[in-house]
Design a protein around this ligand. Structure first.
Ligand code: TPP
Ligand code: SF4
Ligand code: MG
Length: 297
């Protein structure tokens, strides 16, 4: 994680863009973004110390609404870009954002590989259980039976469980928030950003326009906080048990924080031990160039 510049204070205003977000009024993604402004300000991260990377979707428009370095990449490709950014400059705080379709559908393989590799990136998934941007098709986290534009007779497929998958894939920080509970969410962001390794924060972020089933009210009636439920986030098995809970009660909060985190990739890679690649100088020496030409000509 980047260290804050002690003499310069940073406030939420510093991250606000000139152009306000164009999400539908009431979209859960507003809460996700506001909590991120707050978390970064409280961690005293300067905008130039942060890189926000996304894929494609309503949720993936977030880097455009956050004043920092940013990339709005391709559908499902936030994590490969975030991986490259982190390896190029591991002094940056790299935050990947996107939707359930982006990360758990087309980008699923990248999600698993990033957790296996343990890239030191915080991944925030705005999980509205639908494809919002493309106007309401079924997603991997849509509930069975759900009627959408692409499933007019009800969804016949099972639901992907991102938290159980993350635990099984070696993710050391696994959390779930709700955009209707922004203070709680902000705390999860702060912990996730400070965790030394890949951190997943799945966020219930209602799509008020195309998902009429999983509404704010639907979540409010079901969610309960693990922090108030005698859950030990150091206990992997307990985390898995909670991750499998889905029904009249659904847990949010910190499921798992590995008490003995494995070193993230940037701490292990020999090429990065002399400092971030971006400050190690470019190119090869004259002698190395001559040697390469001799070898390949
Ligand atoms: C390779 C590719 N396939 C499909 C699309 C069309 N597409 C754009 S966004 C999207 C799904 C968005 O859903 P999600 O990631 O859940 O984001 P949301 O809009 O719900 O926030 C799809 C299928 C695309 N842009 N690129
Ligand atoms: S379509 Fe849904 S996800 Fe997209 S901005 Fe509107 S409410 Fe949010
Ligand atoms: Mg979605």
């Amino acid at each position: 994680m980047a260290t804050a510049t002690a003499t310069v204070t940073v406030t939420v205003k510093d991250y606000k863009p000139e152009v306000p977000p164009d999400w539908c009024p009431g979209c859960g993604d507003f809460g996700v973004l506001n909590a991120l402004y707050q978390a970064c300000a409280e961690l005293e991260l300067q905008p130039h110390e942060i890189m926000v990377v996304s894929g494609i979707g309503c949720s993936s428009n977030l880097p455009g609404f956050f004043r920092s370095y940013g990339v709005h990449s391709l559908h499902g490709r936030a994590l490969p870009v975030a991986t490259g950014a982190k390896l190029a400059n591991h002094s940056m705080t790299v935050i990947a954002t996107g939707g359930d379709g982006d990360g758990y559908g087309i980008g699923l393989n990248h999600f698993i590989q990033a957790m296996r590799r343990n890239i030191n990136v915080t991944y925030i998934v705005m999980n509205n259980e639908i494809y919002g941007l493309t106007t309401g098709q079924v997603s991997p986290t849509s509930e069975p039976g759900m009627k959408t534009k692409s499933t007019p007779h009800g969804n016949l497929e099972g639901m992907l469980n991102p938290l159980a998958l993350a635990l099984a894939s070696g993710c050391g920080y696994v959390a779930r928030g709700f955009s209707g509970q922004p203070k709680h969410l902000m705390k999860l962001y702060q912990d996730g950003i400070q965790y030394p390794g890949f951190a997943l924060i799945d966020v219930f972020s209602p799509c008020v326009t195309f998902n009429k089933q999983n509404t704010y009210q639907w979540f409010r009636e079901r969610v309960y906080k693990l922090e108030e439920a005698d859950h030990d986030p150091n206990d992997f098995q307990a985390a898995m048990d909670r991750a499998l809970e889905w029904g009249s009660k659904i847990p949010i909060g910190l499921f798992y924080r590995n008490p003995n985190p494995r070193p993230p990739l940037d701490a292990l890679d020999p090429a990065l031990q002399a400092g971030p690649l971006v400050s190690q100088g470019n190119g090869v020496t004259k002698e190395q160039r001559a040697q390469l030409i001799a070898e390949f000509m």
